[in-house]
Write a protein that binds this ligand. Structure first.
Ligand code: FPP
Length: 226
């Protein structure tokens, strides 16, 4: 059993968590951001090499404008507290997804976080914001064609993903009991183990990282062999 190098998480259930408490959905997202910070710290301390968090999908733009504004505002404000929390953790932050539709205030915070952590050698935290797997595939194909590629094999395509230096995920997990990938890392998920956890995202804490590592270590990965 290889080590869990790249863990990718679909953070789902913020809305339901808030509804259960008769709170506005924005409170669910706020609690979700706190959970995210705890999980990031735990993953870094357990020696995970790459952690990808699905923060906002290309489909999430369909939500009411007020909710989108509150999520984007939360990302901006949470960056500061996330950076503070992970200050001494040697974490490198990278963005995954489209930049062209993100508010400029968020982009400048994101760029600053990427810049400030560029040389860090510990865990890479990949934040998927305005990310969709189908959208990424289209962008890969366009980049490959624009670069003059004639024979586009699968590995050629993979070399044009947003962050080609990041290895494919070993384990993709989703919170809140939903059992689908929703376009997450479509090109990179071929041999990923998949896990579904019932716990709503805002209730996640560092203990979930231990559970995930334990579950992953029980999987028998054969990559098509025997
Ligand atoms: C899904 O729950 C969650 C989102 C669309 C937003 C995720 C954002 C965060 C957890 C904040 C992360 C912040 C940082 C800085 C990493 P949902 O609204 O789809 O929940 P529901 O399915 O119960 O309605």
């Amino acid at each position: 059993m290889g080590k869990l190098m790249h863990l990718a998480l679909i953070m789902d259930g913020n809305g339901r968590w808030a509804k259960l408490r008769s709170l506005p959905r924005s409170e669910g997202h706020k609690a979700g951001a706190k959970a995210a910070a705890d999980v990031v710290l735990a993953a870094s301390r357990r020696g995970i090499g790459y952690l990808t968090l699905f923060c906002f999908s290309t489909e999430n733009w369909k939500r009411p404008k007020a909710e989108i504004d509150s999520i984007m505002g939360l990302f901006s404000s949470e960056f500061e507290s996330l950076l503070e929390k992970i200050g001494s953790e040697d974490i490198r932050i990278v963005h995954l997804g489209r930049r062209d539709r993100l508010p400029s205030s968020l982009l400048s915070r994101l760029d600053k976080a990427v810049e400030r952590t560029r040389e860090n050698k510990g865990m890479t935290l990949q934040l998927a914001i305005d990310y969709g797997g189908e959208d990424e595939i289209e962008r890969c194909v366009r980049r490959a064609i624009a670069s003059g590629e004639k024979d586009i094999s699968f590995s050629t395509l993979l070399s044009y993903v947003d962050n080609p230096d990041i290895p494919s995920p070993d384990y993709i997990c989703r919170s809140s009991g939903e059992r689908r990938l929703s376009g997450f890392l479509l090109l990179q998920a071929s041999y990923a183990e998949i896990g579904f956890y019932d716990r709503l995202w805002p209730d996640w804490d560092e203990s979930m990282i231990d559970t995930i590592i334990e579950d992953f270590n029980k999987r028998d990965r054969r990559f098509g062999g025997i």
